[in-house]
Ligand binder design. Structure first.
Ligand SMILES: Cc1ncc(COP(=O)(O)O)c(C=O)c1O
Length: 288
């Protein structure tokens, strides 16, 4: 899995008792680098977990080739940030299984914690449904095929998601419009672009600057909030100190962690608000 992601991607592996193995990312887009995937595969490897970070989509063609050549599965695609992202007209997940987060800040957010797995395989879907419901045998109340969990989505969250789904496409289109204005008018920062064939969903609009911390302060002073995704790559997280990675192991992710900045982007943003962000970023770059 990529080292540039939210810790939840790795936690999902650790919580099964398996060991997450990290790989570096592409400098151009912060997504998992297929060449690095290949170099980390050994006889203990069970599968690959690509993360469609920011709403962009990983190079699934190369990753699928590697996984089939090496007899592995793409365990799932982490689509937590990629609701509605498309690759050549196909929505994520591109392969068999995708996991989504409906955390309130996501493009499709509940009013509390929620998420889902989607897959195109009836048998797997039944296993997932039973597992999140205490391993309960399909349709049975007190017969349990597996030791599972209570990961059921509560009905209030489900109702909110159901109400919001019809609006998702229009919200994503508005975010795409804002991103295109940013693309055209921002100066002095490098913007992370969609990969070829990708219709990005812009969960995050991420730029890079060598003076990222100063730029973030400059924007904060003007009451413009920004985020950093992510300031500490997974191999340097205290929680994963036991894996024995060290500073310098993943130079691209380490570099990006010091340069990336996520600018405000949400469907309700007005043209004036978008302009205010652009003017503030461009003003910073004139200050030099
Ligand atoms: C890439 C990624 N994976 C997984 C998650 C986990 O989602 P949740 O917080 O809903 O468990 C998130 C949420 O922030 C995420 O951004």
């Amino acid at each position: 899995m990529p080292v540039n992601t939210f810790i939840a991607t790795a936690e999902a592996v650790s919580l099964t008792g398996a060991k997450p193995v990290f790989v570096d990312v592409n400098e151009s887009d912060g997504l998992i680098d297929p060449k690095q995937v290949e170099s980390q595969i050994n006889s203990n490897t069970r599968g690959i977990i690509p993360v469609h970070l920011y709403g962009n989509i990983c190079d699934m063609e190369k990753i699928a080739k590697i996984s089939s050549r090496r007899g592995l599965e793409i365990i799932l695609e982490d689509c937590a940030q990629a609701h509605g992202s498309e690759l050549n007209g196909k929505r994520v997940p591109i392969g068999k299984i995708g996991s989504f987060s409906f955390y309130p800040g996501k493009s499709l957010g509940a009013i509390g914690d929620a998420g889902c797995i989607v897959c195109d395989d009836e048998e797997l879907a039944t296993i997932f449904k039973n597992y999140v419901d205490h391993g309960r045998k399909n349709g049975a109340k007190y017969v349990h095929d597996d030791v599972g969990f209570n990961f059921r989505m509560d009905e209030i969250q489900a109702a909110i998601i159901k109400i919001k789904i019809p609006y998702l496409s229009s919200w994503l289109n508005r975010k795409r419009e804002i991103a295109s204005v940013y693309d055209q008018r921002l100066e002095g920062v490098e913007n992370i672009k969609p990969r070829e064939g990708v219709k990005h969903s812009y969960h995050l609009y991420v730029v890079r600057s060598h003076r990222r911390d100063e730029l973030q302060k400059h924007l904060k002073d003007r009451e413009i909030s920004t985020g950093i995704h992510y300031p500490v790559p997974l191999h340097l997280q205290p929680a994963y100190a036991n894996l024995g990675y060290k500073q310098g192991d993943f130079p691209v992710a380490e570099k990006l962690s010091k340069e990336v900045l996520s600018l405000p982007i949400y469907p309700e943003m007005t043209a004036e608000q978008v302009s205010r962000v652009i003017e503030a970023v461009n003003e910073f770059n004139l200050k030099e």
